[in-house]
Design a protein. Structure first.
Length: 409
């Protein structure tokens, strides 16, 4: 049997990053930056006011108090977007709004709450230190500094920063195009009534969703019967632009021959017994040079093996620097796992107590218990050398969920 790490290594060796493209900023959410970004500008680009108030010279207002205000002449009104025409001299001020450039001569902004307007002048009711309430040019991002590293995933904050730098197009790896197929004569689509011997196809939906969540474009072909010609045709009909294929079912010993026969015709294929539970039978190969992941049929096996093999490979194709889920250490609250000798992935719920994460299994761990993936916050990974884990022992947990709903159920 093959170690999980060995299977991961082979899969990752077989994929390469997709071509670099420069996409409009708004299309980049969830993609990975392909080049380092160095700022061509200072952000903010000029000293500007952090408050609505008056731009003044700190020296003029040094002794200001409510009981002895300092009266200043107001030269002009400066809304955001306007450029000052005046220079602030001794005894003078400019009325300034948040974001407006600080006029020459001024070194401090006094918030409007600390002032009182009087005709053409203003009374300053409080002394402020020199430099107060001014946002300095470059205090957020300095011109010439490295802002973003290649391989990071572009989320809302990164996209905002890129917009601020003036990058209307962004170097990324293009979105992988995936084709998803479920194999099995027993499968029917969700909209059909159940009838004897049939079950609804879940895998093509979970796989398509996992691919999309990871950043791929997906064509979900749905169900292909256990028939060599049907599978062969489905794979061959796909156009040249596919980057990866993901199938489920038909790779365990019983069905093995079907998929094998087809894939020997249209590509090449390795069948692996990976030393893991769930997910032991796996197939991996290529169709017309594009990787094909033959995941097992059981719904949990599909999701667990997607996490271990497909998602990291997809992230490599997308140019990600980090291929794997974050792993935390947690303390087992209940016994889990069976015996040493095989890597086990236990769906666990996590909670926080004191400084620790506590992990307990979601319930039955069968490879068909898909509801365990709904309940699970993560996968406790019990390596080959780990036997049954007892309460109080520490386990590594791959974190699958960050959204708060999952944590309150
Ligand atoms: P197989 O690997 O094809 O022998 O399938 C293993 C188990 O997973 C069987 O019980 C199948 O009925 C089930 N299975 C296979 N494909 C799917 C699917 N797309 N959705 C739900 N269950 C499936
Ligand atoms: Mg099958």
């Amino acid at each position: 049997m093959m170690k999980v790490e060995e299977a991961q290594k082979r899969v990752l060796e077989a994929v390469v990053p997709l071509p670099l493209v420069r996409l409009p900023l708004e299309e980049c959410l969830g993609l990975f930056l392909a080049e380092e970004v160095v700022s061509p500008v200072d952000i903010p680009p000029f000293d500007n006011s952090a408050m609505d108030g008056y731009a003044v010279r700190a020296a003029d207002i040094a002794g200001a108090e409510a009981s002895s205000p300092v009266r200043l002449e107001v030269l002009e009104d400066l809304p955001a977007g306007k450029v000052p025409v005046s220079e602030v001299g001794q005894g003078q001020a400019v009325r300034i709004m948040t974001g407006a450039p600080v006029p020459r001569g001024a070194d401090t902004v006094v918030p409007v709450e600390d002032t009182e307007r009087e005709g053409k002048g203003t009374s300053i009711l409080r002394a402020w230190k020199r430099g107060s309430n001014i946002r300095r040019a470059g205090e957020d991002i300095r011109k010439g500094s490295t802002v973003l590293q290649p391989g990071i995933r572009l989320g809302p904050a990164e996209i905002g920063v890129l917009a601020g730098l003036g990058m209307a197009r962004v170097p990324v790896r293009r979105r992988p195009r995936a084709v998803v197929i479920s194999t099995g004569d027993e499968l029917i689509p969700p909209q059909e009534e159940l009838r004897p011997g049939k079950i609804r196809d879940t895998n093509s939906f979970t796989v398509a969703a996992m691919l999309r969540e990871a950043g791929a474009e997906v064509r979900r072909l749905g169900i292909i019967p256990d028939d060599a010609d049907a599978l062969r045709n489905a794979l061959l009909e796909e156009k040249e632009d596919v980057d990866l294929f993901v199938t489920s079912g038909g790779v365990s010993v019983g069905d093995y021959d079907l998929v094998k026969q087809v894939l020997d015709d249209v590509g090449r294929m390795d069948f692996w017994k990976v030393n893991m539970r769930p997910g032991k039978p796996q197939a991996f190969g290529s169709v017309r040079g594009k990787p094909l992941f033959g995941l097992p049929g059981n719904p949990v096996s599909v999701m667990v093996s997607f996490e271990q093999f497909v998602r990291p490979a997809l992230r490599r194709m997308m140019g990600a620097a980090a291929l794997f889920r974050p792993v935390i250490e947690a303390v087992a609250e209940e016994p889990m796992g069976r015996s040493a000798g095989r890597t086990e992935f236990i769906r666990v719920r996590l909670r926080r107590e004191g400084g620790d994460f506590l992990a307990r299994p979601t319930g039955p761990q069968g490879s068909g218990i898909l509801s365990s993936m709904v309940l699970g916050h993560g996968l406790a990974v019990l390596g080959e050398e780990v036997g049954r884990v007892q309460p109080g022992e520490r386990v590594a947990v791959q974190l699958l969920r960050a959204e708060p709903e999952a944590w309150v159920r």
